[in-house]
Write a protein that binds this ligand. Structure first.
Ligand SMILES: [Zn+2]
Length: 437
């Protein structure tokens, strides 16, 4: 049974709630590109799907980069002269500049200020800031919170460690009939940010659950990795596996209320690009297709010229385009169960196309075969009768070994599933042979 069909048999509210509950479980964890936050996140993913984690030592060269030191944090605060916590990591892990070096000192406000990051345009939101590759320390806070700080001495403490350790990533591999692979990749390195990271992690996990235990055409590889450095590290260590990737998808920002955006692979005309465009046209309310650009998420690494993999990126609101992006407002209220479930549906429909898309050859190319004699011209049912028969005629006419089922779906304007059903029926009736499996 197709993934989408199986998914649609479930209660959509329950599917959405499960996704959102998983996001809520992961939300409080202080993730970063290394450290225990991402390990804890992968443990949660690993309780749902078979996950193998890799630990890559700090200092390991990966192409032009080096695996950084491992960062961990226990606490961070700013105390006023009365000992009152005026900035408190325990209230939001966004308060600590991600990758802050440890500090414990007392200083006047004027000395502290260069280490404070705020968003004057959204004075109640806490920004998310990182300093991975330049050692620094700092606090992120609401602008109004900063304005309330009076002159005086402040005790600042960031109880963190930045030491040689490891970079951690997780892989879920689901073997199929072919060793050719479909890659699903999501970054798992942001702390309490829901749309930007948790939506991708939760939908990817649910998609892996949906694919598990099935007789699959392709092998599937799900990567839960720190952004940029994680993709670079995985690619550097897995050149051979990377060469088997036929189709790929980066999942990010897919829980918000915005319409879908699909960013094409660098190739621009890959099967995944066509599948995404088809699915978004037929199975979503509103969608926009974006051309490839060398900026964004890990598709940048997968689509670097040396690899040039057929990997696109599925989003709802595009990164950087919504005000909540990289702020405390990208929280659990910003992602909704029904939107997460809708994104899972789109992913399932895309995988259905990859699994089902083939070229067939009509065994009776000289005039139409007599379908009525085979009980394929009339079928019972209401309105769908016309569509079903139309789909059979489209498949027969264009199954010349040149057109794939997706090509035929596009040309006929019919959804892929309808065309695929027709092909299956015609194949069973001996009217088609497979020319490309
Ligand atoms: Zn981000």
């Amino acid at each position: 049974m197709r993934l989408l069909k199986e998914l649609d048999q479930k209660d959509p509210a329950a599917v959405g709630l499960e996704l959102h509950n998983f996001a809520a479980e992961l939300y409080p964890i202080c993730r970063s590109i290394t450290g225990d936050g991402i390990r804890q996140t992968l443990e949660s993913v690993g309780r749902r799907i078979p996950l193998r984690t890799a630990e890559v030592p700090s200092g390991t060269p990966v192409f032009d980069w080096t695996v950084p030191k491992e960062w961990n944090i226990r606490d961070a605060y700013v105390n006023d002269s009365n000992g009152k916590r005026v900035v408190d990591f325990r209230r939001s892990n966004l308060h600590a500049l991600n990758y802050s070096t440890p500090v414990h000192a007392t200083m006047p406000l004027s000395e502290l200020k260069p280490h404070l990051f705020t968003l004057p345009d959204h004075p109640d939101w806490i920004p998310y800031r990182t300093s991975y590759y330049q050692e620094n320390w700092g606090f992120c806070l609401a602008h109004n919170q900063m304005l309330a700080l009076e002159d005086g001495e402040y005790e600042v403490c960031i109880d963190s460690t930045l030491e040689d350790g490891n970079l951690t990533y997780g892989e879920c591999y689901l073997p199929g009939q072919s060793t050719d692979e479909v890659l699903i990749s999501c970054h798992s390195c942001h702390p309490s940010l829901a749309n930007d990271n948790l939506s991708g992690i939760t939908v990817a996990t649910a998609l892996a659950q949906l694919l598990s235990g099935r007789d699959l055409r392709y092998s599937y590889r799900f990567l839960f990795i720190p952004g940029t450095i994680g993709a670079i590290t995985w690619l550097a260590r897995n050149r051979e596996a990377a060469s088997r990737i036929r189709h790929g998808l980066v999942l990010t920002c897919i829980g918000d209320a915005g319409g879908f955006h699909y960013k094409k692979s660098r190739r621009g005309d890959a099967e995944i690009d066509c599948a995404a465009a088809h699915v978004l046209r037929h199975y979503s309310e509103s969608a926009e297709i974006l051309e490839f650009s060398p900026y964004g998420y890990d598709e940048r690494q997968y689509c670097s010229p040396g690899f040039n993999l057929a990997v696109g990126c599925l989003m709802r609101s595009q990164w950087g385009s919504f005000p909540e992006y990289h702020t405390s407002a990208d929280n659990l209220d910003f992602i909704r169960p029904e939107q997460l479930a809708g994104s899972l549906r789109v992913c399932a429909a895309m995988m259905d196309i990859l699994e089902g898309n083939r070229r067939y050859c009509n065994q009776n190319p000289y005039c139409e075969p007599q379908l009525g004699r085979r009980n394929l011209y009339r079928s019972t049912g209401g309105d769908s009768v016309g569509t079903d028969i139309s789909a059979r005629l489209w498949v027969l006419n264009f199954s010349d070994g040149q057109h794939s089922l997706l090509d035929i779906a596009e040309r006929s304007g019919l959804p892929f599933a309808t065309i695929d059903d027709a092909a299956e029926l015609l194949f069973q009736a001996g009217l088609l042979s497979v020319t490309q499996s």
